[in-house]
Design a protein around this ligand. Sequence first.
Ligand SMILES: Nc1ncnc2c1ncn2[C@@H]1O[C@H](COP(=O)(O)OP(=O)(O)O)[C@@H](O)[C@H]1O
Ligand SMILES: [Mg+2]
Length: 260
Amino acid sequence: MWRGFTNDILRDLSMQHIQEKQNWLHHPRFSEPERVLVRLEGIGKSYPEEAGDGVPILDGIDADFARGALTAIVGRSGSGKTTLLNLIAALDRPDRGRVWIGDTELTGLTDEESTRFRRRHIGFVFQFFNLVPALTVLENVRLPLALNRMDDAAGRSRALALLHRVGLSGRLDAFPDRLSGGERQRAAIARALVHRPLLALADEPTGNLDHKTGQEVMALMTAMVREEGLTLIMVTHSPEFAGRADRIWRLHAGVLALPE
Ligand SMILES: Nc1ncnc2c1ncn2[C@@H]1O[C@H](COP(=O)(O)OP(=O)(O)O)[C@@H](O)[C@H]1O
Ligand SMILES: [Mg+2]
């Protein structure tokens, strides 16, 4: 389990080496090491009306997520996993604390800026697929390209290549309601990666699939994330799927911890 992580770190270190050399050329001092893609600092969040007086869902979360690593977040239902993922995706804001992705402090952006950042740099895979019902498979996958003005010939061939990779070449013109759950999630994975985001987030991507289909979807998603050299943070209930990750965080009582 740690071998993949070590390889990623080694690759990151050599990239970092090049980066640092460049930094030397442009800056009098080193800038921050580039190993960390996502940094959470002192994140707190509560939903007063649901949680009752002063019971925070997230209560001082500090964590770093390495570039190129696959991270799993596990925790009981209701422990705040989706809340946390939504904060990392800038779909929601914490009450306190900071979220950094690379050099960008998400918590310092306006709503409009964070929407633009999310569209460009984040790919999200949801439990319930969230495909647009009125668009075909190919149109769903082209959507992030269109939103980023990347829907040119190169973008379209990338969409087709990814749909081929996920085994949906024969279903390009199908509407989502014609697809099985596994096919929907495979289309959603292509959609999440098509615009070459910095960060892929997945919230119980197998939670609505039978076990065998879940295994296939998880194997496909992790393989593609590796192929693309992407950083993935996924929430999962399954110890088996969490075991595929380079690192596992457990969310419990409002804080993230590395299990012993
Ligand atoms: N938009 C919301 N408004 C009020 N309460 C919420 C909202 N979203 C989540 N909660 C509450 O916050 C807690 C954590 O929810 P969630 O992040 O969805 O947990 P998980 O994904 O780990 O199951 C739950 O008690 C849930 O009821
Ligand atoms: Mg959830």
